[in-house]
Design a protein around this ligand. Structure first.
Ligand code: SF4
Ligand code: SF4
Length: 225
């Protein structure tokens, strides 16, 4: 029985999303038995760098012409291309240096945000793709998950700047659950109007400039994957 072929690639990045895949220790065998991983430089020195791929996972953003050329080559050999992590989806923290998301140069079939990606969200998305289904990512904000965890609200109750109201959920409110405000690493949610959220934050004493700066760390305000 032949399995779908897959490649995992990194453009300019910290490699954290690829490491998250390698850290799926218990599930790696299952991934390996369901997919024929042909090209994964971080995990193997023996790669087929030109074969057609059913699935390409690409981490990182485009900082150089070389990144763009590399990405276009990957796109040309892949049926489905997944932008893996917030750098690939939105440009990420290197945006200020002119980094661009993958969608600026090629068609992206699926965007999985996160800095780094969430293991369970990644595994579920891959399983759904293998079954021919379109993965569903949460559209609601981190605040919804924060409420599910029954956390005290750092913004309302402690007056600290928290990007949770405007950030896409999926991390189970990881940071606020540890008492640390969300910095928006998963990028914007579509369910919230940025203008009204900015107004709400202004009402709490945060200037529009500060709000734009903090919310724009990982992705442009109001950006969509
Ligand atoms: S702590 Fe942050 S993420 Fe949690 S409810 Fe408050 S604003 Fe939302
Ligand atoms: S709480 Fe915010 S900063 Fe922390 S992991 Fe989730 S989206 Fe990222």
């Amino acid at each position: 029985m032949t399995h779908p072929t897959m490649g995992i690639f990194g453009l300019t990045s910290c490699a954290g999303c690829q490491l998250s895949i390698l850290n799926c220790e218990d599930e790696l065998l299952a991934i390996h038995s369901a997919l024929d991983i042909r090209d994964f430089l971080m995990a193997s020195s023996i790669n087929d760098t030109s074969c057609p791929l059913d699935l390409a996972l690409v981490e990182g953003s485009m900082v150089s012409k070389l990144d763009e050329t590399h990405l276009r080559r990957i796109r040309a050999r892949s049926k489905t291309l997944v932008a893996l992590g917030t750098c690939a989806v939105f440009g990420g923290i290197a945006r200020e240096t002119g980094a661009r998301p993958l969608k600026d140069a090629v068609k992206v079939d699926l965007a999985i945000p996160g800095c780094p990606i969430e293991k369970q969200e990644f595994l579920t998305a891959i399983a759904m793709l293998l079954h021919g289904d379109a993965p569903l990512l949460p559209e609601y904000p981190v605040c919804a998950e924060c409420r599910m965890q029954e956390n005290n609200c750092l913004l309302n109750e402690e007056g600290r700047f928290c990007c949770g109201p405007l950030t896409r959920a999926g991390c189970h409110a990881l940071c606020p659950s540890q008492g640390v405000p969300c910095v928006g690493c998963r990028g914007p949610t579509r369910e919230v109007n940025p203008a009204s959220a900015a107004k709400m934050l202004e009402g709490k004493g945060f200037s529009p400039g500060e709000t734009a700066r903090r919310l724009g760390t990982f992705a442009p305000l109001g950006a969509t994957p």
